[in-house]
Design a protein around this ligand. Sequence first.
Ligand SMILES: [Zn+2]
Length: 98
Amino acid sequence: MSILDDWDDAEEIDYATDPAWNCVDCDIHTGLHEEYYMVHDSVWKLSGLGGNDGMLCIACLEDRIGRDLTPDDFPVLPINSGNFFSALLLARLGRVPN
Ligand SMILES: [Zn+2]
């Protein structure tokens, strides 16, 4: 079972190859890497990116802001409540031990 199971084949291909999902800094696909999330605007601003400037994986966002993310950095939203997250993102959300 994966997040892609509900998607038809055409959408899955678009999703996997759509460069809009790629981390601006390291180019990994944030969706396939299971790091699709939102942080508070005040945290995102520290990255130097605007709201429509692209996506960052967790490691690259932390590089840019100079510290590890904490659960307080993430608003309570459905996007941050899924089950298809990388181990690093789950740790930053406080859902597994760091
Ligand atoms: Zn990255």
